[in-house]
Design a protein around this ligand. Structure first.
Ligand code: PLP
Length: 235
């Protein structure tokens, strides 16, 4: 037994319990290990235990880890804010992007995705709780952006993502996740089927799974507390 093993087992057990409580299959929820601020060895330890999908917020930090962990067959997800001057390395190096919120960025990613790679999987980030500080498009703007993104051949629109404000009660945790699911359902009714809801983190993954999360992004619960000050640019 080791600390990474214990933590991974504990997170998997939480996912399984929440899925069962919601009447969902355990394998309907993917675990994305969020490695920001963690050294490559910590990611390699989880890889050795079977974890393959890793999320990173900062492009330079991610590139250093990609180099250090080359050959381990990892799947890299960019979960930070997309910035115009970072679209090229994102398009060239990552498999997924979760924080897309702007058609200009989508067009650049589409143009910059290398032709020898499969299309870049993307989720549109939605600001369901309406806070000014959080990234993401407003719920009203999602349909138009989703239609435009889905027409870009080098991107593959998979779903929606959100980072809600921290909430005190389980019911309050569920509200923004329910809103994201309903948004996804409305897009589906309008003919745009999306298979991914990227929602839920260490503190609230149960609430997200009950509301339909298909991918939870978990850092602290897998790796332990981040050093003070690290990750302050969250969202
Ligand atoms: C850091 C981060 C997470 C993981 O947060 P934890 O609370 O450590 O599980 C998930 N999503 C995004 C976008 C993040 O930046």
């Amino acid at each position: 037994m080791s600390e990474p093993f214990d933590r991974l087992q504990a997170v998997r057990a939480r996912i399984a319990t929440a899925a069962a409580a919601a009447g969902r299959a355990e394998d309907s929820v993917r675990l994305l290990a969020v490695g920001k601020t963690r050294p490559p060895e910590d990611l390699a330890a989880l890889r050795a235990l079977g974890q393959r999908a890793f999320g990173e917020n900062y492009v330079q930090e991610a590139e250093a880890k990609m180099a250090a962990l080359a050959g381990l067959d990892l799947e890299w997800h960019y979960i930070g804010r997309v910035q115009t001057n970072k679209t090229r390395p994102i398009a060239e190096r990552f498999h997924w992007v979760h924080g897309l919120a702007d058609l200009h960025h989508a067009r650049r990613l589409n143009e910059q995705r290398p032709p020898d790679l499969p299309p870049l999987h993307v989720c549109i980030q939605v600001n369901v709780s309406g806070e000014r500080s959080k990234g993401g498009v407003s719920p009203e703007a999602v349909a138009e952006l989703a239609r435009a993104v889905s027409a870009l051949p080098r991107l593959r629109l998979r779903g929606l993502m959100t980072i809600p404000a921290p909430a005190a009660t389980p019911e309050a945790q569920r509200a923004p996740y329910r809103a994201l699911r309903e948004l996804r359902d409305r897009l589906g009714a309008g003919g745009l089927e999306l298979d991914t809801l990227s929602m839920g983190m260490s503190d609230d993954l149960e609430a997200a799974i009950v509301e339909g999360a298909t991918l939870v992004r978990v850092g602290t619960a897998l790796f332990g507390p981040r050093p003070a000050g690290a990750g302050a640019r969250l969202g």
